[in-house]
Design a binder for this molecule. Structure first.
Ligand code: SAM
Length: 239
């Protein structure tokens, strides 16, 4: 096996090991949160305030269409996104979680759009469809090159004034930490910002989630705008 083949094999294993891990996790809120189901309310309250702050930005996103990335059973769609957006699509690598989402989201059916059973590394959102693309507790399952590729696709998937909102664990060290159990990585703040930048996004707001139990990774939220749109709006101001 040459170096390229070895690298391809490592990538293949990175995604198949994660799929294998999640295939054994129960399709419940507690399962989605790795046994920390009791933090769900705190998490959603923090996200609610953060999302509201996105609607207060200059040139805010509209409230038409959101995409829940790595949605699991649709915890965020149910408690947050379908309360703010007319339609929400879900993308998730585990089709059984999406099947469970149909029951779990039963009370919100009118606001639920499409289900995409596919890994983000292979997903390309429809061009110009979304006002908000929400990525939470899933980006550690993407290798750097796929992270950048996925975010580049997200650029095209956003409507005018659309934003990507990211909520992820951050390492307290300067290092990327590898979890071989669920086949994921946790990145330090600088590394995450480097990847946003390489994918052509600028962070217009960052905030740490408060009131999480000690011993968990710090969790940060980001509102990201595609840089070319920022440039356009700057040039609009200058004209
Ligand atoms: C920690 S759970 C979070 C679920 C949901 N975002 C939430 O906060 O309730 C991670 C989810 O990401 C999904 N996932 C893992 N790797 C993925 C990938 N490459 N593409 C899409 N989803 C993935 C898992 O199947 C699981 O549903």
């Amino acid at each position: 096996m040459d170096d390229i083949q070895k690298n391809d094999k490592r990538t293949e294993n990175f995604y198949s090991d994660a799929a294998n891990y999640w295939s054994k996790v129960p399709a419940t809120e507690d399962g989605m949160l790795g046994g920390f189901g009791f933090i769900s309310n705190t998490d959603i309250e923090g996200s609610e305030l953060f999302l509201r702050s996105a609607f207060k930005l200059k040139n805010p996103p509209r409230k038409e269409y959101a995409l829940d990335c790595g949605s699991g059973i649709g915890r965020i769609s149910k408690h947050l996104l379908t309360k703010h957006f007319k339609k929400v699509d879900l993308v998730e690598q585990n089709s059984e979680f999406l099947e469970a989402a149909k029951t779990y989201l039963a009370g919100r059916t009118k606001r639920v759009g499409e289900f995409f059973p596919i890994g983000l590394q292979n997903f390309c959102p429809e061009v110009g469809k979304y006002d908000v693309i929400w990525c939470q507790w899933v980006l550690g399952h993407l290798q750097d090159n796929d992270f950048i590729k996925f975010f580049s696709h997200c650029q095209a998937g956003l409507k005018e004034n659309g934003v990507v909102i990211v909520k992820e664990n951050i390492t307290s060290s300067e290092n990327v930490e590898v979890d071989t159990q669920d086949s994921s990585v946790t990145r330090p703040l600088k590394e995450l910002q480097r990847l946003f930048d390489l994918a052509g996004f600028s962070s217009v707001k960052e905030q740490k989630q408060s009131r999480l139990p000690r011993g968990l990774y710090p969790v940060y939220m980001f509102i990201l705008r595609p840089r070319k749109i920022i440039r356009n709006s700057v040039s609009n101001v200058l004209q």
